[in-house]
Ligand binder design. Structure first.
Ligand SMILES: Cc1cc2nc3c(=O)[nH]c(=O)nc-3n(C[C@H](O)[C@H](O)[C@H](O)COP(=O)(O)OP(=O)(O)OC[C@H]3O[C@@H](n4cnc5c(N)ncnc54)[C@H](O)[C@@H]3O)c2cc1C
Length: 551
């Protein structure tokens, strides 16, 4: 069942955004904004207020449209296809309001949500500090209580914030500061005395978004500006939304990656080299186009599963949000990088846009949790599952996929199952020899977790397509047959990574001679994974045919 926006409203939102972008943000304007390092304030404010983008993210009970996580992912993908700088500015508004939406009192929600919705306020989210990036617990900004007898009447905030999107332009900021009982969110309005911002950062990409440092010197706020009704809940409130906000950044990777591919694919049809279009050259398509499309669509499968689960109320899904973001942002970066190569010398120039997309999408592996921090999150969480289940966690996933393979036609589930069983054994090898004491081994396990779980999601997506059971608001670009072919290719990649990298890091970390390599290789399933590579090239041929509309 679809939740969130009704189908007509959803379609209208995507169409309106596309038309607005065509009209207001053609390539020539985007290139200018990038060159001038300019934040298009009016355009962003028009999107938030006049196009009603602010209302999408506000729950219905506070006068908004109450978009579901699934709606939000599709809208973020669309925004990123337009321009990741503009998308970031819109995202910062949602991020800025999130502490209130998820942690505010009823009174705060009613007040601020209606204000944000009605006036299309520009918001900013002030968590990061010069000394506190990935490690937010190291924050130094303080909030001292102002007392009237026994009663707390307000706070005085002092400190600095770093890399704050919309930092120089926002109307309202949520600021994380250390109150006497611990980290706490505060709402600070732009003109408050003692509150200022630095000049815009001169960035590598997303130059159409404003990023600035903030300074707070004896900034006085009333007690009603403390988000929620108690101090010390700030980090929990920030964690509360990671599943959801990381899904948005995952969608940014997806949108930007596809924006790059959608420039490379038509280019390769028109570009004749060696007597034929590049699109007909396997050494080109199978390196620069097909693997990227497959990875992007596998990431989409995982994003969609996670969005649907969030909409069903299955909890915070922080690990799943991390996997979605990791796969979406890494796939988007690789696709944009390869798009430059696909356009050759033209790709290296500003006019063809892919070099800008590449610079823009780079941020998605840094903000909202760097890829390395996500590797740590994914590895630690699934490591716990492995231990709790006495090694059964990934074997169970494998068994579920084997079951799926008996009902769905060649949807990659059998090979995804090999990858899952293999990972269970890699983890067991790491456990038996206490190898995750090496942080590098732990992080590499995190990467394998992401690939294996994505392969499972892609197989389920391909199977759902066969029974016409995909979510109605999904991107319907590919047929069930093409999705199944993509799933087979992705599952082979996931399995090959488990076989090669999994055994490499376990054997590489263990004392020489301690592990019986033949037995370990057999447990991981090296032979079966090797045999499963059979048919890979003809599947890639079929995907290229689908992408280029060749029968
Ligand atoms: C353009 C832009 C916009 C941003 N917008 C906002 C915003 O609106 N609001 C906000 O609050 N923040 C924002 N940020 C901050 C962003 O979230 C941080 O940059 C990010 O969390 C990383 O922190 P850091 O830059 O301090 O890097 P660090 O945490 O110092 O990391 C540096 C490197 O070390 C790695 N690393 C970190 N910890 C570990 C570890 N324990 N083990 C191994 N490796 C590790 C990282 O993966 C990274 O590769 C923005 C940043 C940028 C660049």
């Amino acid at each position: 069942m679809d939740t969130g926006l009704d189908r007509d409203t959803f379609d209208l939102v995507l169409k309106t955004l596309r038309e607005f972008a065509n009209d207001q943000l053609p390539d020539s304007s985007l290139i200018e904004l990038d060159a001038r390092d300019e934040f298009p304030e009016e355009i962003v404010r028009t999107m938030l207020a006049d196009l009603g983008v602010s209302l999408l993210f506000i729950p219905e009970e506070y006068g908004g449209l109450g978009a579901s996580s699934f709606d939000v992912y599709r809208i973020c993908e669309q925004l990123a296809r337009i321009d990741l700088g503009v998308a970031t500015s819109v995202f910062a508004t949602f991020l800025g309001s999130d502490p209130i939406v998820f942690g505010g009192t009823e009174g705060q929600k009613a007040h601020w949500m209606s204000l944000i919705g009605e006036q299309g306020l520009l918001m900013a989210y002030g968590a990061t500090e010069p000394e506190a990036g990935s490690d937010l617990a190291a924050l130094r900004t303080t909030a001292k209580r102002v007392m009237d007898g026994e009663e707390v009447t307000g706070y005085v905030i002092n400190g600095n914030k770093q890399w704050i999107s919309n930092g120089g332009y926002a109307d309202v900021y949520t600021i994380l500061a250390l109150a006497p009982d611990g980290p706490t969110w505060f709402i600070v309005e732009r003109d408050t005395e003692g509150f200022g911002h630095g000049k815009p950062e001169n960035k590598h990409g997303i130059r159409a978004s404003n990023t600035a440092a903030l300074s707070l010197q004896d900034v006085k706020v009333g007690a009603d500006r403390l988000v929620g009704d108690a101090e010390g809940l700030g980090l929990t409130q920030a964690q509360e939304v990671f599943g959801y906000t990381r899904l948005m950044v995952a969608a940014f990777g997806l949108g930007a990656g596809w924006a790059a591919m959608d420039r490379a694919i038509p280019y390769s049809v028109g570009r004749i080299q060696g007597g034929a279009p590049l699109s007909e050259k396997q050494g080109y398509t199978h390196k620069l186009i097909v693997p990227n499309v497959v990875r992007l669509e596998a990431a989409r499968a995982y994003i969609e599963e996670t969005a649907l689960r969030l909409d069903r109320g299955e909890g915070r899904l922080n690990t799943e949000g991390a996997i979605a973001k990791y796969m979406g942002s890494e796939a988007g970066n690789k696709a944009a990088e390869d798009a430059i190569q696909a356009l050759g010398g033209y790709g290296y120039t500003k006019e063809y846009m892919v070099e800008k997309i590449k610079r823009d999408v780079r941020i998605t592996t840094i903000y909202e949790g760097t890829s390395e921090v996500l590797e740590m999150t994914m590895a630690r969480d699934r490591w716990q599952e492995h231990l709790k289940s006495r090694g059964a966690f990934f074997h169970d996933q494998g068994a579920g996929l084997e079951q799926l393979a008996t009902t769905a036609r060649r949807c990659g589930a059998d090979v995804a199952a090999l990858a899952a069983h293999g990972l269970a054994e890699v983890m067991e090898g790491a456990r038996a020899h206490r190898l995750t004491r090496n942080q590098h081994v732990l992080f590499r396990l995190g990467e394998l977790v992401a690939y294996v779980e994505c392969a499972g999601a892609m197989a389920r997506r391909a199977a759902a397509a066969q029974s016409d059971d995909l979510p109605k608001k999904t991107d319907g670009r590919f047929s069930a047959e093409t999705l199944a072919t993509m799933s087979r290719v992705f599952a082979r990649e996931a399995a090959a990574r488990v076989a090669l990298d999994g055994t490499r890091w376990v054997l590489g970390a263990a004392e020489p001679g301690v592990i019986d390599t033949a037995r370990f290789g057999a447990a991981v399933g090296l032979e079966a994974i090797r045999d499963a590579q059979s048919g890979l090239i003809s599947d890639m041929d079929a995907i290229a045919d689908a992408l280029y509309n060749r029968s």
